[in-house]
Design a protein around this ligand. Structure first.
Ligand SMILES: Nc1ncnc2c1ncn2[C@@H]1O[C@H](COP(=O)(O)OP(=O)(O)O)[C@@H](O)[C@H]1O
Ligand SMILES: O=C(O)C(=O)C[C@H](O)[C@H](O)COP(=O)(O)O
Length: 335
């Protein structure tokens, strides 16, 4: 079976149970959060043999993360348990009435974490090198580049390795808080070493200074495919051969946006591994993202196989009439 390997940090995630200022919170929900492991769980849910390469601390947070990944069918033989450094942690602070933008924010406690100490030496772990060698897809993200110089050199080593039939995907995953005072131009260099690049329009503005499709392609000429996501509007794939595909996003009653980008990546990349065309890949991305948008938390369950196939095979008119609410895909009347 085709296998996928996702590489990156996953943290313990604490979220105040009630939307109050953090210092007034009395209960915190304990979950798990990490972009690349979200993609790994998404790919496993699509039926692919999937593995996660990372490092966690020898602590309860690390154990919880390993269990979560295993429970979702993701292999963890490529995860090292660091005996001295801790598992990274982050706190999701909900939107406050006092915040004029109404947005939620994130506090990271990941500097000096076990995963941020990953580097080129991670590749000399025989379990890791075997996984990467046998992978049809290796998925990376720009988050790793910002974690430490060692993590950046790990990305560079993977991205410059001979492909031998493998595809390397790179989600830009802009994280403002991680890039303060750092040279963001490395993201363009890394993206140009990848085969498939995914970026949101909002992220592109921060990472590359433009949201213009042609300018972005000009800045990233090397990847075979550049996928540009435009939230509720559409997602576009630009092939190096010059072909362009645009698929409108689904109508979704959004509960919480976190994790939608990772789910989109899992949907798109699963379609690629199944040998589907660009339109089908983009549709899979939208469907997986919609499932996550309608739940709290980083991932929502997919429809069963028969319903998924019907949604993916629907005509453009039916696709345009689909509305997703509470994880249910309904076709609005009139289509
Ligand atoms: N409001 C929305 N309505 C419908 N789909 C959405 C909406 N927001 C996001 N999506 C879906 O989620 C995908 C990823 O969105 P994006 O904003 O790029 O995520 P992230 O910022 O988490 O990376 C989009 O391509 C689309 O499929
Ligand atoms: O911020 C980080 O470093 C994380 O990895 C934690 C988050 O759970 C995912 O990144 C969600 O990602 P989106 O799909 O882009 O919403």
């Amino acid at each position: 079976m085709l296998s996928a390997v996702c590489v990156g940090e996953t943290m313990a995630m604490l979220t105040p149970v009630h939307a109050v200022p953090l210092h007034l919170a009395t209960e915190l929900h304990f979950g798990v959060g990490g972009a690349e492991s979200n993609v790994a769980m998404g790919l496993a849910a699509m039926g692919l043999d999937t593995h996660w390469v990372s490092r966690v601390g020898h602590d309860g947070f690390g154990t919880r993360i390993l269990h979560e990944l295993q429970d979702h069918g993701v292999g963890v033989s490529g995860v090292e348990v660091d005996q001295s450094l801790p598992t990274g942690l982050y706190v999701k602070v909900p939107a406050q009435e006092s915040d004029p933008d109404g947005g939620s924010s994130v506090l990271y406690y990941r500097q000096g974490s076990a995963a941020s100490a990953m580097g080129r030496d991670t590749l000399s772990n025989p379990a890791v090198s075997a996984l990467l060698e046998n992978a049809a897809l290796i998925h990376l993200s720009g988050i790793t580049a910002a974690l430490s110089p060692e993590c950046l050199s790990l990305l560079e080593a993977i991205l410059t390795s001979p492909r031998n039939g493998r595809t390397i995907s790179f989600d830009v995953n802009w994280r403002e808080a991680l890039w303060a005072g750092q040279d963001r131009s490395v993201l363009q260099r890394l993206a140009n070493l990848a085969d498939v690049v995914l970026v949101g329009k909002d992220e592109a503005e921060h990472a590359f200074g433009t949201t213009d499709e042609a300018e972005l392609r000009h800045m990233m000429p090397d990847p075979k495919v550049l996928v540009i996501k435009n939230e509720a509007i559409s997602a576009i794939s630009l092939d190096r051969s010059g072909s362009r595909e645009e698929v409108p996003a689904l109508s979704v009653a959004v509960v919480e946006p976190v994790g939608a980008g990772d789910s989109f990546a899992a949907g798109y990349l699963s379609g690629m591994l199944f040998g589907l065309g660009q339109k089908e890949r983009l549709r899979r991305g939208h469907v997986a993202a919609a499932c996550t948008l309608t739940v709290h938390g980083d991932r929502g369950p997919l429809p069963d196989a028969a319903e998924l196939a019907a949604i993916l095979d629907s005509s453009d008119d039916v696709w345009a009439a689909i509305h997703v609410e509470d994880g249910q895909f309904n076709t609005r009347t009139g289509a």
